[in-house]
Design a protein around this ligand. Sequence first.
Ligand SMILES: NC(=O)NCCC[C@H](N)C(=O)O
Length: 419
Amino acid sequence: MVSHYVDSEVGRLGTVMLHRPGPELARLTPRNSGSLLFDAIPWVSRAQEEHDAFAAALRERGVEVLHLAELLTETLASDDARGELTEQVLRSPRLGDQLRARVADHLAYLDPATLASVLIAGLAHEELRISRERPGGLVYQLMDRHDFVIDPLPNLLFTRDSSVWIGGRAAVTSLAMPARRRESTLTDAIYRHHPRFAGTEFAYRPGMEHLEGGDVLLLAPGVLAVGVGERTTPAGAERLARQVFAADLAHTILVVPIAQERATMHLDTVCTMVDADTVLMYPNIASALVAYTVIAGTDGDDPRVEGPAPFLRAAADAMNLDQLRVIDTGLDPVTAEREQWDDGNNTLALAPRLCVSYERNTETNAQLERAGIEVVPIAGSELGSGRGGPRCMSCPLLRAPLAGETEPAEGRGRVTALS
Ligand SMILES: NC(=O)NCCC[C@H](N)C(=O)O
C-alpha cells in the first residue's frame, strides 16, 4: 500500500491522478453537448495533445502522474470490482430486462482494458453485439443506432470533482449532474479494489448529499472551504463537515454560497490558492462573497455555525493569518470576466508560488508573475471546451506538508492585497 495524503492546496505536489481524454469526447455532438455539460465540440486529437503536454509539464517538475483509465483497467482484474461496475451500468431503468441481459452478455466477454474503455466511453446501440438467437427485444428495436446503451463520461477529464483527498482519507463525492453521477463509481472502485489503495479509509461516500470536489478547498491544515451553489448543496457541505469532524480531519469549515450559474459552477472557478497565504480570486465577486463558519462541536455536540462574514476575513481568521493576500483575475472587469470564463482562476499549485495555468489567460498570468508566482503555462483551447482548467483536471493524491513553506518569501509582503 502506498500512502496518500493531502492537507493543503499548495504543498509540493507529489502524486496526481489525471484522466487523458479519449473516445468519450468523440461522443459529443451539438445535440447532446448541453446535457453532457460541454460548451463546444472538442477536437479530440488536439485535446489529447494538450493533455499530454499538461501531464509532461507535471512530470518534468517531479510529479508522479497516474492515469485513471490505467488504474481502472488494473482494478478490473478483480472479479469483485468487475461485478460491481457491471451491475451499476446494468441497473439503468432505461434498459429493460431483455436489453439488460444482452448488455450483460456483451460486457462479460470484454477484457479489463476494453471493459474500462466501455465504462468510460459508453456503448452505442450500433456497437452492441446482438445475435439472432438472443435478440435485444422492444427497447433495442425502438432505439436509434446512435443512442447510448451505456452513457459516455466526457467529464471524467475533470478528475477533481469525483474525489478529493482530505488528509489521509479519500472523499468520494456525490455528483449533482446526471451526466456525471457514474464517475464516482469508477473512482470508488479504484480506491476500494486497486492494490495501490489497499486499506484506504473514506471521508465521504457516493450516495450521500451532493458534494463535488471542485467546491472543496483545503485552505490550511484543519481548515476547509466548501462552495455551495449549482453543484454542492448546503446539506452536502453539512454532511462533509460532520464526516471530517468525526474523523478529526478538520476543525473549521467555511461554507461559501456561490451563484448558481454555469460560469461559477464550483468554488474553484472563482478562487484557487497559489501560496499558503495567497488566493487568486475573481474580483467581480470577491468582496461580495461571504462565508458561514462551521466549527466542530465538543463531546458529540452539533457543529456551531457562525456568520455570515466576508469570505476573505473569515478565511484569514480561520487560517490564523492577519489577512489573505489576493491576486485578481484579469486587469479590469471585462478581462476578468473573459478570463474567469476561460478558467483563468482555475490554477493548479505545484508548490507554494508555482502553479499551472492556461496560457490563454494572459492578463491573469501576468498578474500572477507580477505578484511573484511562477506560472507554468499550458495550452487549453480544446481542453477548456468542457469549462475546466488545470485544477479541475487533477486530483492530488499526495502533497508535502506545508511546514517550513508557510513563511513569507524574503522581501515579499505577506499581507499586501494586490488589486
Ligand atoms: N471543478 C470544476 O470546475 N470542474 C469543471 C467541470 C466541468 C464540467 N463540464 C461540468 O460541467 O461539470
